[in-house]
Design a protein around this ligand. Structure first.
Ligand SMILES: Nc1nc2c(ncn2[C@@H]2O[C@H](COP(=O)(O)OP(=O)(O)OP(=O)(O)O)[C@@H](O)[C@H]2O)c(=O)[nH]1
Length: 349
């Protein structure tokens, strides 16, 4: 768990603010460490009290922003305060260093901070203005024959700026990938039951069917619909109905192989995609599920039954044709009295 969560227990991993807050705390800590370290280096190694003073001022200002954020302050205000502090210290530094020791290198630290904290639009304006000013400042120095002075100071400026950039971008990229994964997971998941949603089932069925046709392996789909589900909602309420759907999902997951895909097709309808399953295997799976569902109360002591339609691929099947067949058999099962299986050739019981 991120350490900052104790200050903001209401911001969970699923909260859209999570990554922004995480980024803000990381930036604040990186800046505190950097300002502290550089102030120390300037006092001890370079004996430059003027520059150290500005670094120390930066440290104090960032510490103030840290406690502002920690006690519930507005993140946008905090972001601008951090960037203003950084620009203040950077400009003070390049002025005091008068271009020696590649001091202007330090302005390249600004873009990641400005873009992360202010977003792309303000980020480009802020960095654009500071870079323009720095270029103008450098231009003024051109005819003053400032010595390149390749001493320890230049070396440390390069190392410090370089490592800060590496860590910032590494952090940013990791949090971007995490956010992307979370978003992808959400886009393919049904929020109530946690199984795949229709969009993902549809895409996966197309892919698996192409693969099945190429390898000449069978593939079956089972379309499963709860019988008289409306009655459960009407007599026990929608929330109880939801619990029944969640419990049914568990039965379906437990009753199928890891290879099979279980998803919610919509409402009280579920779709199971069973790779490498011919009509006989699909029928056995359907029979087992039918039995498991009706044999026990699922939630709040409520028992249900389901009707299942099966479709098995042939060489010219498409995802649409399979779904249509499964749908048709499911309705035939309903029409025949529910709590049963509809399929092409039902084995004699
Ligand atoms: N609780 C709950 N109910 C849902 C959800 N999605 C759809 N429903 C309900 O599912 C019920 C489906 O009703 P019908 O289509 O009439 O079907 P049924 O009552 O199951 O009857 P048959 O399918 O003919 O056996 C409706 O009352 C919907 O409101 C959901 O996410 N949660």
């Amino acid at each position: 768990m991120k350490y900052w969560r104790k200050h903001h227990p209401d911001i969970g991993v699923d909260d859209p603010r999570y990554h922004q807050v995480s980024l803000m705390y990381s930036v604040l800590i990186i800046m505190l460490l950097y300002f502290g370290l550089i102030a120390l280096l300037n006092v001890t190694l370079f004996d430059d009290a003027d520059i150290a003073l500005y670094d120390f001022l930066g440290f104090v200002m960032v510490a103030c922003v840290y406690s502002y954020v920690r006690y519930g302050g507005n993140f946008r205000v905090a972001g601008w305060a951090v960037i203003a502090t950084l620009i203040f210290v950077l400009l003070a530094f390049i002025h005091l260093a008068e271009g020696r020791n590649y001091s202007l290198l330090w302005v390249t630290i600004l873009p990641p901070f400005a873009f992360f904290l202010l977003g792309p639009r303000a980020g480009i304006w802020v960095t654009g203005l500071v870079f323009t000013y720095s270029a103008w400042f450098l231009y003024q120095l051109l005819d003053q024959q400032v010595s390149a002075n390749l001493g320890l100071g230049a070396f440390l400026n390069f190392v410090e700026v370089g490592t800060a950039q590496i860590f910032l971008f590494r952090y940013y990229e990791r949090s971007r990938i995490k956010a992307y994964d979370q978003l992808r997971q959400t886009s393919i998941t049904d929020p109530l039951t946690g199984v795949y949603n229709r969009l993902h089932l549809d895409n996966t069925l197309k892919n698996l069917l192409t693969r099945a046709n190429v390898s000449e392996q069978p593939l079956s789909v089972l379309l499963l619909d709860v019988d008289y589900f409306k009655r459960i909602n009407d007599s026990h309420g929608h929330l109880v109905g939801d619990d029944v759907l969640v419990a049914l999902t568990k039965v379906l997951q437990n009753g199928t192989r890891d290879l099979d895909l279980v998803g919610r097709w919509g409402g009280e309808e579920f779709l199971l995609i069973c790779p490498d399953a011919d009509a006989k295997v699909a029928y056995q799976v359907a029979k087992r599920l039918l039995e498991q569902v009706r044999s026990q109360p699922l939630a709040h002591g409520i028992s249900i039954t389901v009707s299942i339609g099966i479709a098995t691929s042939t060489t010219n099947s498409t995802a649409e044709s399979m779904l249509q067949v499964a749908d048709q058999y499911m309705y035939e099962a309903k029409a025949a009295g529910r709590n049963r299986i509809g399929a092409d050739q039902l084995p004699a019981e």
